[in-house]
Design a protein around this ligand. Structure first.
Ligand SMILES: Cc1cc2nc3c(=O)[nH]c(=O)nc-3n(C[C@H](O)[C@H](O)[C@H](O)COP(=O)(O)O)c2cc1C
Length: 185
């Protein structure tokens, strides 16, 4: 799909069919968001000073070929590491102001931030830089969803502490922004 068409068609989608996405689609979405594009580890999205402060998680509810659970995406090898088993979409919705779309979407892809990585180079500017970077990754993800005929909505309204606990994130990973995705109704 030409980029201009993806830009034209992108719209927040909040109603999804109760159908799975498949593993290839989930992998493509993760790659678009934070995958590597060169042998030195550089990624699809720009990064302030190449500090790469984003950690990406897949909340798999309904994925053909993948058990429900929370997975950590490893850009260097394009692999998923299982963190916890089970479908946590309902609990994620509860920790996100009970947004029904979060319950319905087949998956969520979450960006956690590690500001210290960027602060080591840019001190006081790091918080803003890291949030800007999450925006880059989110837009890559949104446009890739359109190109796969999937629906997506970005979610910023969440109780970060509750989400961190639910997903059992490492203490330094702050859940900041995520997309709920699935087959549009
Ligand atoms: C930082 C940010 C946070 C957002 N958080 C939510 C959210 O929690 N729930 C939601 O339904 N939409 C959320 N949105 C999506 C906006 O509501 C949506 O983009 C806006 O209404 C414009 O509609 P469009 O995306 O269809 O163009 C968020 C968008 C941004 C940029």
């Amino acid at each position: 799909m030409p980029l201009a068409n993806a830009l034209q068609r992108r719209r927040s989608v909040r109603e999804f069919r109760p159908e799975p996405v498949n593993l290839a689609e989930a992998g493509q979405l993760l790659w678009a968001a934070q995958g590597t594009t060169s042998s030195d580890g550089k990624r699809t999205a720009p990064s302030a000073g190449g500090t790469y402060p984003l950690e990406t998680y897949l909340v798999a509810g309904q994925v053909d070929g993948l058990a429900a659970g929370v997975y950590h995406y490893r850009p260097a090898t394009h692999e998923l590491a299982l963190m916890t088993e089970g479908d946590v979409r309902g609990a994620l919705a509860a920790a996100s102001m009970n947004q029904e779309c979060v319950r319905q979407g087949a998956i969520a892809i979450l960006f956690a931030t590690v500001v210290a990585r960027t602060a080591a180079k840019y001190a006081g500017s790091a918080g803003g830089y890291v949030d800007m970077e999450a925006g880059h990754a989110a837009q890559n993800l949104s446009l890739q969803a359109v190109a796969l005929d999937l629906g997506a909505v970005m979610i910023g309204a969440m109780d970060e502490a509750a989400v961190a606990k639910l997903l059992q994130l490492p203490a330094e990973h702050r859940p900041r922004y995520y997309a709920t995705l699935g087959r549009p109704k």
